[in-house]
Design a binder for this molecule. Sequence first.
Ligand SMILES: *Cc1c(COP(=O)(O)O)cnc(C)c1O
Length: 425
Amino acid sequence: MNLQQRDELHLWHPYTQHQTAAKPLGIVKGKDALLWGEDGKEYIDAIASWWVNPYGHSNERLAQAAYKQLTQLEHVLFGGFTHKPAVELAEKLISILPKNQQKVFFSDNGSTAVEIAIKMALQYFFNKGEKRFTVIAFEGAFHGDTFGAMAASGISFFTEAFQEHLLKVVRIPLPQKGSKASAEALRKAIAEHQPAAFIFEALVQGASGMQIYSPEDLDELLSIAQTNGVITIADEVMTGFGRTGRTFACDYLNHKPDIMCLSKALTGGTIPLAVTTATQRIFDGFYSNDVNKALFHGHTFTANPTGCAIALEAIRILESDEMQQNLKRIAKRHQAFVARISQYTSVANARTLGVILAFDLKTTQNTDYYGSFRDRLYNFFISKGVILRPVGNIIYILPPYIITDEQLDRVYEVLEEAIQLFSNQ
Ligand SMILES: *Cc1c(COP(=O)(O)O)cnc(C)c1O
């Protein structure tokens, strides 16, 4: 039996309706922007394996960092103990994050990073004896699949079954150019609900199809929230570490968030690790001679030394001239491709920021998130040796930064073929 057949016996995959979904591809090898299937076929990973992998698959430097740490100190509990990889990674992160970030709290994935951010905000007010229980979030947001993160998320079918059990969230629209509706909705929500926090995906809503909005608009929302004592939480799980062309999307802003969530590219797409960072003011809200005011949250693998050591090396790679040139190179080529496909009448809203590129394909077909049109697009791309995951009729690419010009050209070529083939269907 091949991997596909053995998989079917015991595996349960994420976001997968097993009765109707195509069988998963067995992947046996990865190098740089390429993956190889068990059938020997080569694929370009144009979505960086769900947005985690910026520096390429099977990266030697990250593997060396892992090996060195695994043979020095693979893991030690972080309650009552500390270690060099965690200290050095925290120092490094604080040196590259917006200046107001001071404290680093470790966990294992994007959802828990968000979960912790929300708990920090809620308990901050609890500790002060202030009655602030509500969270404000954007329509169409995605913050993860654990309960707090799910509550903040706004893609309805992801969370429908759990509506009765979620914390109280008030939703505001994503800012649109020239409209003040989002700012007005935020003011109204603050006046009516005395919220604890405002959580947002910074500049790009990933899971709802790479919806991009402007730094000016986000700055205005941050200003309103902060003026009213609302804790601002930037979910940079997807946008962090160069995706938007700057190290963090918040680097485009004048107002800096109180709390930030990072994961995905943190370890260069190798192993799970996440951080929630906070300002001194947030940390001080827990600092007390009363043990009950501590943040009672932790995970067994909190600040895993191996993950920290890899993350540190990953940030060094990001900071290298080579990687910074890659970011500029891809951004420039994306801009040219956006201009090119904008001329197709069947392409709407072609957009790009940093290495992220997306467009809507006009169609009369069912545009459900996981609908049949999406499946046909997905299968077309796979048949062409390019891994992409369209969202309904939205097609996006988010390649690893080390993708070569030739590989990127091939992805563009396949996208243009899809535009012509699936137009107005
Ligand atoms: C992926 C993602 C998450 C969830 O991260 P997981 O590691 O999958 O739990 C949260 N927020 C954003 C913006 C994401 O893109």
